[in-house]
Design a protein around this ligand. Structure first.
Ligand SMILES: Nc1ncnc2c1ncn2[C@@H]1O[C@H](COP(=O)(O)OP(=O)(O)OP(=O)(O)O)[C@@H](O)[C@H]1O
Length: 218
């Protein structure tokens, strides 16, 4: 589903990612851990096409993202990817239903799936509420609903349960996992939390020498 082919990214003369190659298959939920500053967010941004590698290729579903222009990269991101990122946070002036419907409308799809998705994440009946009326855990459930509602082939999550208490975090990750498994998407979650990583199928550690398999849970 996703291939990294000798991806290199350098900042200020320092190679953050050096000739990184990896294959991420559909249907697999992968966690990526690693020391602060090692390049995990950089990697997610490159995969999302929000940044471009200095050399090498990011290939999503056979399409080299890095070779696309801005408009085509945006279209690919909208249609094939779902994000649980801080930067893609729930929009405060839209209701929950409108927030979750956004990816559907942007892709010309029927917005009806938004309410069904809210029900799936345990927020049925709250579609008319605004984000300020939600707890942190509920907000993350909305973010997950919005990331998955258009059935993306690739789900990218950056610390999806960063600010949540352990029980709420576990519930959110179970939900994320269930939805990913039901849709068959490939999913990559960057996290510092070992408890979060245990919800993934496999955990890799990113170091200067690349991605190393740390554990296989399932
Ligand atoms: N736009 C940028 N300009 C210059 N340097 C950058 C830029 N973005 C990232 N870096 C540098 O690249 C390195 C990797 O950063 P990145 O945010 O990917 O790390 P990370 O593994 O996600 O860290 P953390 O776990 O702390 O979030 C850091 O040294 C950072 O300072």
């Amino acid at each position: 589903m996703l291939d990294l082919i000798s991806v290199t990214k350098t900042y200020n003369g320092r190679a953050v990612l050096a000739a990184l190659s990896h294959h991420f298959p559909s249907g697999q939920f992968v966690a990526i851990m690693g020391e602060s500053g090692v390049g995990k967010s950089t990697l997610l941004n490159l995969i999302a096409g929000l940044d471009t590698p200095d050399s090498g290729q990011v290939v999503v579903d056979g399409t080299p993202v890095s070779a696309l222009g801005d408009d085509a990269a945006t279209r690919l991101r909208r249609s094939r990817m779902g994000f649980v990122f801080q930067a893609f946070h729930v929009l405060p002036h839209l209701t929950l239903q409108q927030n979750v419907a956004l990816p559907l409308l942007l892709n010309g799809l029927d917005a009806g799936a938004a309410l069904r998705m809210l029900e799936k994440v345990g927020l049925g009946g709250r579609g008319g509420d605004f984000p300020r009326q939600l707890s942190g855990g509920e907000m993350q459930r909305v973010a997950i609903a919005r990331a998955l509602v258009h059935k993306p082939a690739l789900v990218l999550a950056d610390e999806p349960t960063g600010n949540l208490d352990p029980d709420t975090a576990a519930g959110i990750l179970d939900l994320l996992r269930a939805e990913i498994k039901a849709s068959g998407a490939a999913a990559i979650m960057v996290t510092h939390s070992h408890a979060a990583a245990e919800k993934a199928d496999k955990t890799f550690v990113l170091t200067r020498s690349g991605l190393t398999l740390a554990s296989v849970v399932r």
